[in-house]
Write a protein that binds this ligand. Structure first.
Ligand code: PHE
Length: 339
């Protein structure tokens, strides 16, 4: 009897039904009226009473094993029918979420795309720079207070090496390498030793631009930037230029765009002025052209520079700049694009 029980246990353990019919046949064969397990239970009646306890226990185990086997294999077939199974390897793979472009990349790509339509090409350069390309060639005299406008991260062992504070350094490198006419836009990460807040970060992104040719005027700059503003913020956008100061441009200006959110009436985003500041610009100082090997008697040019975080905050009304750096998918998933 013991042997019969063990053989049956093995049979049940090894059984795998390939179809529901096979499972049903198996059930009948084992626990049906004339099934193997039913027969053993019949035999059990004749077992000597001192052995009843031992065999009773074994038989109960087999009975439970059989019930479990029927139940689990039936569940498998049921789930296949309802399409819920993960065990069916022929089902299509689970499609994970696709991810989206970071809003900073979206804004940067859009800015670059607008300027490339005007014939500008894109140039990049190193993030670790030297004093010449970030300051000296751009008409920042040594110890000039203008250097304080941009709190700089210097490499301690060598103050000539620093993290670029603006991508104007790429414009210097372009002028050193290339003869006019030059039309270039320079995207990249920049670094300033600033406290992190809702409006500022020590790492951010810029796109700067440079246009050099014969007879380039302030009016050319204004028209280019107006076109840019309308492409970026909508066709009814107006711009205004306010006098400003940069060591590398003369005259210099800050450009504001009319506030899209309140339509110029005044709201808390534009601080009730109706205008939003978006970029710095100006006519390239002749000293800069000469320092970079371009004859300032023959050529003139304009330059501009903007913060990508700031522009995308205005475009999508993001209230806190730190969101761009936290990689919270609930924020990032809201930006979808086809590019
Ligand atoms: N380099 C300036 C900045 O980082 C921006 C700028 C570029 C201003 C070109 C004028 C002309 O703030």
């Amino acid at each position: 009897m013991r042997e019969k029980i063990e053989q049956l246990r093995k049979k049940i353990e090894e059984f795998r039904a390939e179809t529901p019919q096979q499972l049903e046949e198996f059930r009948v064969r084992i626990s049906g009226k004339k099934g193997e397990l039913t027969e053993i239970f019949e035999d059990f009646k004749n077992v000597a009473s001192e052995q009843k306890k031992e065999f009773g226990k074994l038989l109960n185990e087999i009975k439970n094993l059989m019930q479990e086997t029927l139940k689990s294999q039936k569940e498998l077939f049921d789930s296949l029918e309802t399409g819920k199974s993960i065990a069916d390897k022929t089902l299509p793979a689970f499609a994970g979420s696709l991810g989206s472009r970071h809003p900073i990349s979206l804004a940067k790509n859009e800015i670059l795309e607008i300027f490339t339509r005007l014939g500008f090409t894109v140039a990049e350069g190193p993030e670790i720079e030297d004093d010449w390309h970030v300051f000296s060639a751009l008409n920042f005299p040594p110890n000039h207070p203008a250097r304080d406008m941009q709190d700089t991260f210097f490499i301690e062992q060598n103050p000539d090496i620093l993290l670029r504070t603006h991508t104007s350094s790429i414009q210097v490198r372009t002028m050193e390498r290339q003869k006019p006419p030059i039309r270039v836009v320079c995207p990249g990460r920049v670094f300033r030793n600033e406290a992190i807040s809702a409006r500022a970060h020590c790492i951010f992104h810029q796109v700067e631009g440079l246009y050099i040719d014969k007879n380039v005027s302030f009016a050319d700059m204004k028209q280019t930037l107006l076109y840019f503003a309308r492409e970026m913020f909508g066709e009814n956008t107006e711009i205004r230029l306010r006098p400003s100061f940069f060591p590398f441009t003369e005259p210099s200006a800050e450009m504001d765009v009319s506030c899209k959110i309140c339509g110029g009436k005044g709201c808390n985003i534009c601080k009730y002025t109706g205008w939003l500041e978006v970029l710095g610009c100006g006519i390239v100082d002749p000293n800069v052209l000469d320092a970079c090997g371009i004859d300032s008697r023959e050529y003139t040019g304009f330059a501009f520079g903007m913060g990508v975080e700031r522009l995308s905050m205005l475009k999508w009304q993001v209230k806190d700049l730190r969101l761009y750096f936290e990689n919270d998918v609930r924020f990032l998933e809201q930006f979808q694009s086809v590019i």
